[in-house]
Design a protein around this ligand. Structure first.
Ligand code: DC
Length: 227
């Protein structure tokens, strides 16, 4: 089988990671969740009070970028790789609503983006990779063999995210999650550097009313044409 690059972009909570994980498992590919990398940088900034409700000290974060070491370690029993920030597993900490509230502001910073994009490009050198994010098909792998662009209504996405957070035991309201989803949609798609846009050659999937199994079947059949 030929090894290819599969790029999956789209708004938050469109099921990109579930789909990417399943594809990677089926094809025995590496799965990379680039959102986790932006979330880990955000956590670093929050821990040092570079970003909080009072503001964002961009210069301090940019000056510290060399000190931020990110890597993934594959957990066989979980079937995916977990995020490590300076050798500490932060997989749980990066998924809170607090991190979600700041991550779009951190993702707007060009210096942050170039550091992460460079690392992401290296991960794809050997191909055999499924990567999800916002700029994978447009910036990280513009030559990816196949690109998907996932969408769904904001209400459906907020409900999915709300259920995930409640299942984890987080104390959140649906209204707060919906507000966060909408504000991230806005910042992610209007920022100057690498905004979330559909790559010209991406295949669009609106999964507002599509079950996971049906979606996976359709996408997997498309992928099979390229491998
Ligand atoms: O996929 P996610 O919701 O975990 O991503 C968190 C944030 O990170 C998202 O709101 C925007 C940013 N992001 C980005 O700017 N570029 C990427 N390739 C991936 C994520």
């Amino acid at each position: 089988m030929k090894k290819i690059i599969i790029a999956i972009d789209g708004f938050s909570s469109t099921g990109k990671s579930t789909l990417a994980k399943e594809l990677a498992k089926k094809l025995k590919y590496v799965y990379v969740d680039t959102g986790a990398m932006y979330r880990a940088v955000t956590l670093y900034a929050m821990e040092r009070n570079f970003i909080n409700e009072k503001g964002f000290k961009i210069d301090l974060l940019v000056a510290d970028l060399d000190k931020i070491n990110l890597h993934f370690i594959f957990k066989k029993w979980k079937g995916f790789a977990e995020m490590y920030l300076n050798d500490i597993n932060v997989e749980k900490e990066i998924r809170t609503l607090e991190v979600s509230q700041y991550v779009s502001q951190v993702s707007e910073i060009s210096e942050v983006r170039s550091k992460l994009v460079e690392q992401q490009k290296l991960m794809g050198v050997k191909k055999g990779i499924v990567m999800d994010g916002r700029d994978i098909g447009t910036v990280v792998f513009p030559n990816a063999e196949i690109k998907f662009y996932m969408t769904a209504s904001a209400d459906k996405r907020a409900l999915r995210r709300y259920k995930e957070l409640i299942d984890r035991g987080d104390d959140v309201t649906y209204e707060r999650v919906l507000k966060n989803v909408k504000s991230r949609d806005y910042i992610d798609s209007t920022r100057l550097d690498s905004p979330l846009i559909k790559a010209q050659d991406a295949i669009e999937f609106d999964n507002s009313d599509m079950g996971l199994e049906e979606q996976f079947e359709r996408i997997y059949n498309l992928v099979l044409r390229y491998v």
